[in-house]
Write a protein that binds this ligand. Sequence first.
Ligand SMILES: Nc1ncnc2c1ncn2[C@@H]1O[C@H](COP(=O)(O)OP(=O)(O)OP(=O)(O)O)[C@@H](O)[C@H]1O
Length: 205
Amino acid sequence: MELKVTDLSVARGGVPVLEGVSFTLRAGEALVLRGPNGVGKTTLLRSVAGLQPPLSGQVGLDRESMAYAGHADGIKATLSVRENLDFWADVFATDRVGKALAAFELDGLADRHAGNLSAGQKRRLGLARMVVTGRPVWVLDEPTVSLDVDAVAMFAWAVRAHLRDGGMALIATHIDLGLDEARVLNLGPFRARAPEPDDFDGAFL
Ligand SMILES: Nc1ncnc2c1ncn2[C@@H]1O[C@H](COP(=O)(O)OP(=O)(O)OP(=O)(O)O)[C@@H](O)[C@H]1O
């Protein structure tokens, strides 16, 4: 299995932000997306994960193969940590809750209401959902927000375990994850150019 993205152009709010992005991710590989605030990392990830249509180009893998974690953790506050993961295990028809609790050191918090977790603990629970899905491609947008140094290392360890199992990870981040094996794609050179007005006078009307 591979994730082949070809000549992808994406827009936000109707405005093109990136164009001509291509990369291939194979089993066991991670790719880190970099670029300044507003360059279009979130927009690209959402397009790759099938949450919004690209302007043009291809994503050569079914969205059913992907698990997406955006800025929101998607946590049900009134359920316990374990119940949150059980919910996702039902949705994805897997039995990986124990593995997810262990990967993000959530065993000691398993019976706590998710609404009573700290911000970093909530983020760990949100990321644990990736393990529960059992899906091969993790698409992660700023996964380490709110995480302390130990939790960032925990996250890197979980990604490595996923890669060792033949998974893939596409990660937008501003920080050094310590994932030296990951390739890096700087999105700066792919900024969309402002369209040339073909009617000069008309552009002022
Ligand atoms: N709902 C929206 N409507 C219009 N423009 C938007 C909308 N959301 C984002 N944008 C703009 O689209 C561009 C790309 O945003 P995007 O969130 O993809 O960038 P990013 O690289 O992920 O940024 P950051 O590093 O700050 O998270 C930015 O210029 C942003 O201002």
